[in-house]
Design a protein around this ligand. Structure first.
Ligand code: NAD
Ligand code: LMR
Length: 354
């Protein structure tokens, strides 16, 4: 039997600068809210990922149990669990390269995502403070709702601490993209593989602010106006479909874990040197190349989900929206007032304390 020599990975504090792209770079990933409905399956997927070396799980309850459970899986990533006691947030976040945040309360039937703001904005603000103090270089992936407002909350906290790196802050809107592919495959042809459809979804992540660009589907799809309106509505209100079916037991968790992993994997692959990776994500437009053009074309919003090209330093550029159909232009007009209000609410929460 031949014994393989041990791998000789390198670890530095600045793993993700564009000068240091190398496939052997070590990655510490942190999940905050790791014991929750999304947190547990997302942590499972991250534990299975060959892209991750250390996985730290933080929650206010049961993170040690989830970590002990996952640590028995035969995959290379080491797993640790952290609770608020003993400065657990600090120990989880120190040395982190990527932090995924599915912490906070989910919806019940009859609620909007904005109804979660009161509780979740405070949770996200405190977690962002921890990130600013312990791992300001990390990529931050915000899942907690309402995403349209929680991402501005994180941005404002990071600004306050002078550590805001817009290219590294992402609102995760991948579930809308996943739904668009799945639902479109269902209506186009029997047996179509949803993975073969790439459909940009732009705007924000709540109801009418979610804008699927079916006219830009690849491969292109031939849909009647009735089908377009049905599909658009289903993508916009896909979250409500799950909330209703779960009947008080929460919102999408498993499909969100899939989507959250898909996006985290895209970020990490780009960091490790893979080029040409493009994923829709909700970002701070003035801080990402190409963002100013989009802000102008959509009437001056600071945060918007567009097609983000990922690179070693995060969001490398955001692509122009391309040609929108007349129907999609109307969707955009309908989305903007709500999106602007959501953004302002997140910003004021930090800047004015309300
Ligand atoms: P959940 O209640 O099952 O889990 C949330 C977890 O967060 C719990 O384990 C809880 O203990 C933990 N938590 C609460 N406060 C915390 C804090 N201060 N620090 C660390 N952990 C904390 O909820 P869920 O179903 O996993 O959903 C989580 C969030 O994700 C909700 O806000 C939900 O609306 C949102 N969500 C977003 C998307 C999206 O597309 N972006 C999709 C689905 C759900
Ligand atoms: C979703 O789109 O499924 C999530 O944002 C959860 C929700 O509240 O609908």
């Amino acid at each position: 039997r031949t014994t393989l020599p041990p791998p000789t990975p390198t670890r530095t504090n600045f793993l993700f600068s564009s000068n240091n792209v190398h496939s052997s770079i070590m990655v510490k990933a942190v999940v905050i809210g790791a014991a929750g409905g999304i947190g547990q399956p997302l942590s499972l997927l991250l534990k299975m990922s060959p892209l991750i070396d250390d996985l730290a799980l933080y929650d206010v309850v049961n993170s040690k149990g989830v970590a002990a459970d996952l640590s028995h899986i035969a995959s290379p990533a080491t797993v640790t669990g952290h609770l608020p006691a003993d400065d657990g947030l600090k120990s989880a976040l120190t040395g982190a390269n990527i932090v995924v945040i599915p912490a906070g309360v989910p919806r019940k039937p009859g609620m909007t995502r904005d109804d979660l703001f009161k509780i979740n904005a405070g949770i996200v603000r405190d977690l962002a403070t921890g990130i600013a103090q312990n791992c300001p270089e990390a990529f931050i992936l915000v899942i907690s709702n309402p995403v349209n407002s929680t991402v501005p909350v994180v941005a404002e906290v990071l600004k306050k601490h002078n550590v805001f790196k817009p290219k590294r802050l992402f609102g995760v809107t991948t579930l809308d993209v996943v739904r668009a592919s799945t639902f479109t495959a269902e209506v186009t042809s029997e047996g179509a593989d949803p993975r073969e459809f790439t459909i940009p979804v732009i705007g924000g992540h709540s109801g009418v602010t979610i804008i699927p660009l079916l006219s830009q589907s690849k491969p292109s799809v031939n849909l009647s106006q009735e089908q377009i309106e049905h599909l658009t509505n289903r993508v916009q209100f896909g979250g409500d479909e799950v909330v209703k079916a779960k009947d008080g037991a929460g919102s999408a968790t498993l499909s969100m874990a899939f989507a959250g992993y898909k996006f985290a994997e895209a970020v990490l692959k780009a960091v490790k040197g893979e080029s040409g990776i493009v994923e829709p994500s909700y970002v701070y437009l003035p801080g990402v190349p190409g963002g100013d053009e989009i802000a102008q074309s959509v009437g001056g919003v600071d945060f918007f989900s567009g097609l983000v090209e990922l690179g070693a330093d995060g969001a490398k550029k955001i692509r122009p929206l391309g040609n929108l159909s007349d129907y999609e232009k109307k969707l955009l007009d309908a989305a903007l007032p709500e999106l602007k209000g959501n953004i302002q609410k997140g910003v004021s929460f930090v800047t004015e304390g309300s």
